[in-house]
Unconditional design. Structure first.
Length: 405
């Protein structure tokens, strides 16, 4: 429990479906970097669908702090029996614990399962409530003798609150596309305007790749929100599932999860379907940060898009690039979307003008000696990450004002 001096009442919830969704979403809307993946509907669907549940190694222990009847702070908290589905890799830490006869698992995790999208994680009405939430998390971990606490892909306010409580930051790199001309502050007029902003070799490569897909007789259609039919969702899952099975893994997300997305959060999804000879052969699914403007949401110019999933039933040269990058970028330009986040890893994304961006996660280890060893490791890793980012930035595919067209 919290110290007696706190004004907040602590609640631990093992079933996210019992949380007041309106109160949770209202608190999320007040944050610095809200995303649809932190909405109650998304988190509940992960649990109710059997995707993120104790049986798959994700035991929900959502933490809520109440000030009388007001939800003052909250976060999705999981007790983890492994490190799968996190995209911040700490397997070496777990192995080091095991080599010394110590248990790294179970550990505590503040994150959105299977979703490496940066954004607000420690929802709070103000800085004081956020600090109280971090203290409550640490106290709860100590009470239950957990090895560690990890806050993944948080925003700046999350990182600051964790740093004030001696959490160790860890940086990674993602690749994001911005709808902004590198010379002028204006958005791109169309896909050709975007291509003109690239260096000649990158521009030529993209055109070659798109011609290969077109020459193979592949065309695309897109659907957003309610326009994504049940048949479209069913085809998407066939593609999504095959991608995992081809790599020897079961998919993280069940069909019931996407059924919930179609039912409860349809306006946050855009599906691109590749067709050949009138038959669908591949697709990619992206999320958007707001409902369509016509549905009472934000203007498209304020929307961020997030690359999420893809799969194919047939092999076509360069189809992955077309489905996952060129079609979404073209859609973002036509809808005035400000940013397209391409997801975790993949330097190949730079050739498609998705540029490197640092993300931050925060870590606390209960064992003093291991905490010290990890701190030294992270200091070395951070130096390497800075050099890596600098090297990537030097290889920007964007033209400078002085470059020839």
């Amino acid at each position: 429990m919290l110290q007696a001096t706190t004004p907040f009442r602590q609640q631990i919830v093992t079933d996210p479906g019992t949380i007041d969704a309106a109160a949770w979403n209202a608190l999320l809307a007040r944050q610095h970097a809200p995303t649809p993946f932190m909405r109650a509907e998304y988190l509940v669907a992960l649990h109710a669908s059997g995707s993120a549940v104790p049986e798959t190694g994700w035991a929900p222990r959502f933490m809520l702090l109440w000030d009388d009847d007001e939800l003052a702070a909250a976060c999705p908290l999981y007790v983890k029996a492994h490190s799968y589905g996190e995209y911040v890799f700490d397997w070496a830490w777990a192995n080091a614990y095991a080599e010394h006869g110590l248990r790294y698992y179970p550990k505590a995790l503040v994150a959105v399962p299977f979703t490496p999208v940066p954004g607000s994680r420690l929802l709070a009405r103000d800085a004081a409530a956020r600090a109280a939430l971090v203290r409550a998390l640490r106290g709860w971990c100590a009470q239950h003798k957990l090895s560690s606490l990890h806050v993944l892909f948080g925003d700046d306010e999350d990182v600051a609150a964790c740093a004030a409580s001696d959490h160790m930051p860890r940086h990674q790199v993602q690749f994001h596309w911005k709808n902004q001309h590198p010379v002028t502050p204006s958005a791109f007029a169309d896909f050709e305007d975007f291509l003109a902003a690239l260096t000649q070799d990158k521009r030529k490569k993209i055109r070659q790749e798109r011609r290969k897909v077109a020459a193979a007789g592949v065309t695309f259609r897109s659907a957003r929100g309610a326009a994504i039919t049940p048949a479209d969702w069913a085809f998407f899952y066939r593609c999504y599932e095959r991608t995992y099975l081809e790599h020897g893994n079961e998919p993280y997300l069940t069909p019931a999860f996407f059924e919930a997305m179609a039912r409860d959060l349809a306006g946050h999804w855009v599906l691109f379907i590749a067709e050949r000879a009138g038959q669908p052969i591949a697709c990619s699914l992206i999320a958007v940060s707001a409902e369509p403007a016509g549905a009472g949401g934000q203007n498209d110019s304020e929307i961020v898009a997030y690359g999420r999933y893809w799969g194919a039933l047939e092999r076509v040269d360069c189809l992955h690039f077309e489905a996952c990058y060129y079609q979404p970028i073209d859609w973002c330009i036509r809808h005035g979307v400000a940013r397209f986040e391409g997801g975790a890893q993949g330097e190949h994304k730079m050739a498609r003008a998705l540029l490197p961006v640092a993300t931050t996660s925060c870590h606390w280890l209960a064992h003093p000696a291991f905490a010290d060893a990890v701190a030294r490791f992270l200091a070395r890793e951070d130096q390497g990450m800075e050099r890596y980012l600098h090297d990537l930035q030097e290889r920007s595919p964007l033209r400078h004002a002085s470059d020839d067209a």
